[in-house]
Design a binder for this molecule. Structure first.
Ligand code: MLT
Length: 316
């Protein structure tokens, strides 16, 4: 009877609005990915499917993740999250959920490069000038991020360690609001994803110094930025990946339907074009398989834990 009920439930799924939780403030890179994905998933889920985005921000993304881990496992609460799923276990003390057992893995979405950017009035145009300015302003520089456990925090941490210069972190509920303060000159620097920085760099609202990927980017507004490796920070590479999650225990037929809709969304030319315009790359088919997604996150937890510990930062 239960099986029949579950099958029927999946048959009619979705028959009410689906919520995608974004664990950061509106207007930032995670929010951008989630809203574009929601748009692309509506069609494959059926004409009457509605998907709303709920920005449950705070504590570097762990508040939103905790909310989803404890939501009803019925397929109507999902989450878009990023590399933070692999770094929170090391960075956030007493994390109130288990990344590897409190979620269903619905598949990965994209890879997003990061950019090192500065306030408009910062008296440097090249990365080389920036290092001179940093040397002259040791102890007075502040760095915006989205809280301990966020992608901007991870990149900022690795950058400070690589240049052996501590900076004052200024945490926000997301790099959307952080970007507003960077443009306004309230903070000096930030490492943020191209999904959030491309338009500001194009609009010359911020200074852009480098990208965090192994190779330069092809996006017109970003193609002239050197990689941090070219600039002398050997092995510096940070790429932010995003995945789709549901609470553990969501029925398998519902998970299957959601994974099918995710796969269709990632094939949507409109979605792909939007992602490419922002420097992001949609993942290959293999990584949209839930088993691969789960394996990838476990490998990333193992990869980042020693790097974070070597950088001398433990749980917040
Ligand atoms: C991050 O730094 O983790 C993200 O940029 C936060 C956000 O999406 O606002």
């Amino acid at each position: 009877a239960v099986l029949a009920a579950t099958a029927a439930q999946a048959q009619n799924f979705p028959d009410k609005p689906i919520t995608i939780v974004v664990p950061f403030a509106a207007g930032g890179p995670t929010d951008r990915v989630a809203r574009d994905l929601a748009e692309a998933m509506r069609k494959p889920l059926g004409a009457n499917a509605t998907i709303v985005v709920d920005n449950a921000a705070g504590a570097g993304g762990s508040i939103g993740a905790n909310k989803v881990a404890h939501s009803a496992p019925d397929g109507y609460t999902l989450m878009v999250h990023h590399i933070g799923m692999a770094t929170m276990p090391t960075l956030v003390r007493n994390i109130p959920f288990k990344v590897e057992s409190d979620f269903e893995y619905l598949g990965m979405i994209n890879d997003v490069p990061m950019t090192l950017i500065g306030k408009p009035a910062l008296p440097a145009t090249s990365y080389k000038d920036l290092t001179g300015w940093i040397a002259q302003n040791k102890g007075k520089i502040n760095l915006g991020n989205a809280g301990v456990g966020s992608a901007s925090h991870l990149c900022g941490l690795l950058f400070q360690t690589a240049i052996k210069t501590d900076m004052t972190p200024v945490p926000y509920k997301g790099t959307g609001p952080a970007m507003t303060d960077l443009i306004g000159g309230q903070i000096d620097l930030m490492c943020d994803q191209t999904t959030n920085t491309t338009s500001q760099i194009e609009g010359k609202k911020v200074k852009a110094f480098a990208v965090t990927t192994n190779k330069r980017l092809t996006t017109p507004a970003l193609k002239d930025l050197p990689t941090l490796q070219e600039a002398g920070l050997k092995n510096f590479e940070v790429t932010i990946w995003h995945g789709l999650y549901a609470p553990k225990g969501t029925p398998a037929p519902v998970l299957h339907k959601l994974n099918e809709a995710l796969k269709a969304a990632l094939k949507d030319p409109e979605f792909i074009k939007k992602q490419e315009g922002l420097g992001a790359v949609v993942v290959a088919d293999k990584r949209v398989e839930p088993a691969e997604h789960k394996k990838f996150v476990a490998a990333e937890i193992a990869k980042w834990s020693p790097i974070i510990k070597a950088a001398g930062v433990y749980a917040d």
